[in-house]
Design a protein around this ligand. Structure first.
Ligand code: ATP
Ligand code: MG
Length: 557
């Protein structure tokens, strides 16, 4: 599946599954990816997607996509649609139809009744505060609820009334009757159902009681015949309860939960709640703002599905929490685009160059390879004219040592065309350099100059025949490695003020006119860029995906 087997890191889950298959515990692997539709997917979810779908692919099994939709307060159809589209874009196919935990609400209700009849669940009228108090803590055992010994008949009647909408939210809840003294907090009579008078994006107003995650998740796994229920480490302490339900209910299968470490990346946040704050408070444009670590943000930024999948393979799957360097994710897209992206010349901050010995109206075309290392990608044509544009950065009036670009009296090659020499520097009234008058050497077409040397090679475009564009220079969203790690200061105080710098006067070589949205390029000498959907007929809009080199690496020392 992945094209870089060599960088694959260890994956303890694959080892476990190999053993299960070898020992006949399972003959077919079934996994699931279970997002809650309360936000857009982020790069952390990509790890879980690659693990669940990737594991199924590797062992010729299947993977379900199941929306864990038990909390109508925070969930929306918009998120359901976005999640489906992100999973597909990453290149994975779920087995059969999309599934929803809400598809199983009736079955879950019946199983709750089963527990009541077995004397293993009761309706409890403690307020949430009281329930918390009764629960105790790690050092203090809990106390039994005064409602714990209600009869089966009474519980059945009350639960039926809960379902019928006869109680206000919070008036009562259905709880499992397990052990208020258990050293495992999760087993202290956990809640199974609560009352929520809310419409649900799938079931409408059919239900006003909703199962708690713990009561829904394992049973949904069992209904779908999931063999390996993979989740992140924070669910480890829920596992005794997961197993308790599977043991105490007539479920059709015996799924097993295995936990792995979440993916954390520095210079960003991977929490839907925090990402939602950035959107709601307009700190970023939307969930798919190219600075967001969401799948849709990375996509708009220019990331390819394979780069994200390679990244997820390269970080491995373990049981110890750690933070991965953002540089690794960036390296993954660089690796892909270096190999596959066509090259192009784009001047992002133009400085006018006039070739004084080249006639106005004259035009000749040079051929440059689309990719220097891949002939099969063919050639592209760029026009040379009297009026050209170069990068402001590529000129220095007083050059530093070892300067290999333009300065007065010095010759440089315009990539793929002639060698030019800067003869005169024109300034405006404020002393800003606004134009360079240069001469070109007609003998340098594909030849070295005779009797002098070109100092360096710079990129350029024709001012007369090029495409106007806007270039959005994106950078990391936070200036701090761990924006979440400050006790006193909110993570939003660490937003990088230069995470977006918009350059409005850029010009691209003419062949890029009409390029499709999402096309990706290496702008020679500048970085990797992709075409943004804001592109119009008049103006191409580019997003910087990543620079040519990791400029943050040295700053971390
Ligand atoms: P968040 O904390 O961002 O809200 P979540 O865990 O609440 O994430 P879910 O929609 O419940 O989001 O996640 C779906 C699946 O993705 C779960 O199995 C979860 O464990 C996994 N997942 C979420 N975040 C990460 C992460 N950072 N790394 C790996 N897996 C993750
Ligand atoms: Mg969750």
């Amino acid at each position: 599946m992945s094209n870089n087997e060599t960088t694959k890191a260890s994956n303890f889950i694959h080892q476990m599954i190999e053993d299960d298959l070898a020992n006949g515990v399972h003959s077919k692997i079934v996994t699931r990816f279970p997002p809650e539709p309360n936000g857009y997917l982020h790069i952390g979810h990509a790890k879980s997607i690659c693990l669940n779908f990737g594991t199924a692919e590797k062992f010729n099994g299947v993977c379900n996509l199941r929306f864990d939709d038990t909390n109508p307060e925070k969930e929306e159809q918009e998120y359901v649609d976005a999640i489906k589209s992100d999973v597909s874009w990453l290149g994975f196919k779920w087995d059969g139809d999309i599934r929803y935990t809400s598809d199983y609400f009736q079955q879950l209700f019946d199983w709750a009744v089963h527990l009541i009849k077995a004397g293993k669940a009761y309706v409890c009228d403690l307020t949430p505060e009281e329930a918390r108090e009764y629960r105790g803590n790690f050092t203090t055992p809990g106390k039994d609820s005064p409602y714990r010994d209600r009869t089966v008949e009474e519980n059945l009647e009350l639960f039926e009334k809960m379902r019928a909408g006869e109680f206000a939210e919070g008036a009562c809840a259905l709880r499992a009757k397990i052990d208020m003294q258990s050293p495992s907090m999760i087993l202290r009579d956990p809640m199974l159902y609560r009352i929520l008078h809310k419409s649900h994006h799938q079931t409408g107003d059919k239900w006003c009681i909703y199962p708690i995650y713990d009561f829904a998740h394992g049973q949904s796994d069992a209904i779908e015949g999931i063999t390996h229920s993979l989740c992140t480490l924070e669910f480890e302490e829920h596992r005794p309860l997961y197993d308790w339900f599977i043991e105490n209910l007539p479920v059709p299968a015996q799924p097993k939960q295995t936990e792995f470490a979440r993916l954390n990346i520095n210079y960003t946040v991977t929490s839907k709640r925090k990402l939602k704050q950035l959107v709601d408070e307009s700190i970023v444009a939307d969930w798919n703002d190219p600075r967001m670590p969401t799948i849709s943000g990375l996509r708009r930024r220019g990331y390819t599905p394979i780069s994200i999948r390679n990244f997820c393979d390269s970080i491995g799957v373990t049981r110890s929490n750690s933070t991965v360097d953002m540089g690794m994710l960036e390296a993954a897209i660089r690796e892909d685009l270096d190999k596959n992206a066509p090259r192009a010349m784009v001047v992002t901050q133009p400085l006018k160059v006039t070739i004084t010995n080249y006639d106005e109206g004259e035009e000749e075309w040079f051929e440059l390879p689309v990719h220097p290392k891949d002939e099969s990608m063919g050639m592209r044509k760029v026009p040379f004219t009297r009026n050209l544009l170069v990068e402001q950065e590529d000129f220095a009036e007083v050059p530093p040592r070892k300067w290999k670009r333009l300065t007065q009296g010095v010759a440089v090659r315009l990539r793929g065309s002639y060698v030019i020499t800067c003869e005169e520097v024109i300034k405006d009234a404020d002393g800003n350099v606004v134009e360079l008058k240069c001469t070109y050497d007609p003998a340098t077409k594909g030849e070295n100059p005779v009797g002098y040397k070109a100092k360096g090679v710079i990129h350029w475009v024709s001012a007369d025949n090029s495409v106007p564009c806007e270039v959005r220079m994106y950078d990391r969203l936070f200036t701090e490695e761990n924006p979440d790690g400050d006790k006193e200061r909110d993570f939003k105080e660490f937003i990088n003020p230069e995470s977006l710098v918009t350059l409005n006067d850029a010009r691209a070589e003419i062949g890029m006119k009409g390029t499709d949205v999402e096309s990706r390029f290496q702008f020679e000498r500048t970085g990797y860029f992709c075409v943004d959907p804001d592109t119009s007929d008049d103006k191409l809009v580019f997003n910087r995906t990543v620079g040519l080199r990791d400029s943050w690496a040295k700053m971390q020392k």
